[in-house]
Design a protein around this ligand. Structure first.
Ligand SMILES: C[S@@+](CC[C@H](N)C(=O)[O-])C[C@H]1O[C@@H](n2cnc3c(N)ncnc32)[C@H](O)[C@@H]1O
Length: 432
């Protein structure tokens, strides 16, 4: 029913964050779940104007706001996760100077050596090595090295540089730990007990990050600023550490948005709180299990880490048919999992709320570029692209097309039943 357009060649390459890993500023934190800056550039080229106000409800590492800032477009963005929010903020800051960056870097190198800490404590029992523990995220030596850096960074008197070096530290934490990111979650590295990471290695990783990426990028930015070739827009002023489902309403004026570019959490049970747990715990973004729970509650309902006590649904035939199929299939397979079906239902309740807010905030003729993928549970396809299209249409948007970007692998059993999962970009237009 919807028009599908083949963008496999063009979008296939640029829908992944990988490409950003060589790009100034974007590379400061190795994010996994983002798209590349080329995706943003391709949209602006297509629209043919920079006289726009953009909205990004799910900022992540800040790709949208940063790339738009580089070309002089205002972008209001929201990010619920405090680590991601800080990463976005640090990358959007455009008043660093090379002299101050070098000065504070030398301060860290000098003072981390003087830090006399010998013991590690945490609310989280598996964070640091200790007696009677079977597993831990940091050995004592590497944990102490990270702590020395953290304590020193926290004594920096300028908030801006404190944040900059905190993000640099966040970016090397996985390397300094016994963990690696394994798709949705964190797993222990192979043979982690026999691969000690010493203080020198941790300090070297941190120093390399600063010398080879951060200082270089700030240096070239400063040269361009002096040549007056950088834009005056600073999207840092429009980035909010809030749940977009509630905050768009109060922070964005009605009829003010020309363009929405975003990629929400996919309906794949990934909880970003889990994925970035090491950074959240180590750097004190979340200080207790209760704070982690509170953060999870504020995230879009795309995971089952919280038992959602909410019976709401969207009155949409397509969604109802999918939920019926899921109910039936989960019974047949004898793997009744109510939480998964609740998650699917509530994900689209959240989408309904989001599209309703966007409808209110967008100008007539404004466009949405919505990057999401389909999912499957109990061998039933959840056609997220079409379900979002249908819900947006119900609210009043015109569905222009669905652009095919990539096909994602799923489990062999699921793949046999539903095929590979389409990742795409849904294009919507607001029309009165
Ligand atoms: C797919 S990522 C976005 C990636 C981004 N396009 C980039 O390139 O970095 C989705 C983000 O949405 C955030 N998120 C989840 N629920 C949210 C909510 N209710 N409000 C705002 N952000 C939320 C997650 O923390 C995650 O960082």
């Amino acid at each position: 029913m919807y028009k599908y357009v083949d963008y496999l060649n063009t979008y296939g390459r640029i829908m992944q964050f990988n490409k950003n890993k060589q790009e100034p500023f974007h590379r400061w934190y190795p994010f996994v779940e983002g798209y590349s800056k080329e995706f943003i550039q391709s949209i602006i080229e297509e629209i043919g104007s920079v006289d726009l106000t953009c909205l990004e409800p799910f900022s992540g590492s800040g790709t949208t706001a940063l790339e738009l800032q580089n070309i002089g477009v205002k972008c209001i963005s929201f990010e619920v996760n405090p680590l991601m929010y800080l990463i976005g903020k640090v990358k959007l800051e455009n008043t660093y100077t090379i002299d101050d960056t070098k000065k504070w870097f030398e301060f860290i190198m000098e003072n981390r050596e003087k830090c006399k800490i010998t013991e590690l404590q945490s609310e989280f029992s598996t964070l640091y090595e200790g007696e009677k523990k079977k597993k831990w995220n940091f050995d004592k030596v590497s944990g102490l090295a990270v702590k020395k850096l953290q304590i020193t960074i926290n004594t920096i008197s300028s908030e801006k540089y404190k944040h900059l070096f905190t993000v640099a530290l966040a970016s090397i934490l996985l390397d300094a730990s016994n963990l690696y990111r394994n798709g949705k979650c964190l797993s222990y590295k192979k043979d982690w007990e026999n691969r000690p990471i010493d203080e020198k290695l941790v300090f070297n990783k941190f120093d390399d990050k600063i010398k080879h990426e951060i200082i270089k990028d700030i240096e070239s930015f400063q040269i361009n600023s002096e040549l007056n070739t950088v834009s005056k827009i600073n999207n840092i002023h429009f980035l909010y550490n809030e749940d977009c489902r509630n905050a768009i309403n109060t922070k964005v004026d009605d009829n003010s948005i020309d363009l929405v570019i975003t990629s929400p959490p996919y309906l794949n049970s990934r909880d970003y709180t889990d994925t970035y747990m090491l950074e959240l715990k180590t750097l004190g973004f979340t200080k207790s299990a209760e704070e982690i729970r509170e953060l999870r509650k504020k995230t879009l309902r795309s995971h089952v880490q919280i038992k959602w006590d909410d019976t709401a649904t969207v009155d949409n035939k397509k969604l109802q048919r999918t939920l019926d199929k899921l109910n039936k299939a989960s019974l047949n397979e004898n793997v009744w999992n109510k939480s998964i079906i609740d998650m699917v239902r509530l994900y689209f309740v959240d989408m309904y709320q989001l599209f309703s807010e966007l409808y209110l905030k967008m100008r007539n003729g404004g466009k949405i570029y919505f990057n999401v993928s389909n999912s499957a549970y109990f061998n039933v396809l959840i056609d997220t692209l079409e379900l979002c299209a249908s819900i947006a249409e119900q609210i009043g948007f015109n569905v222009i097309e669905i652009r095919k970007a990539r096909y994602l692998n799923t489990s062999p059993q699921q793949q046999k039943a539903v095929g590979k999962l389409l990742e795409g970009v849904l294009i919507l237009e607001r029309r009165d």
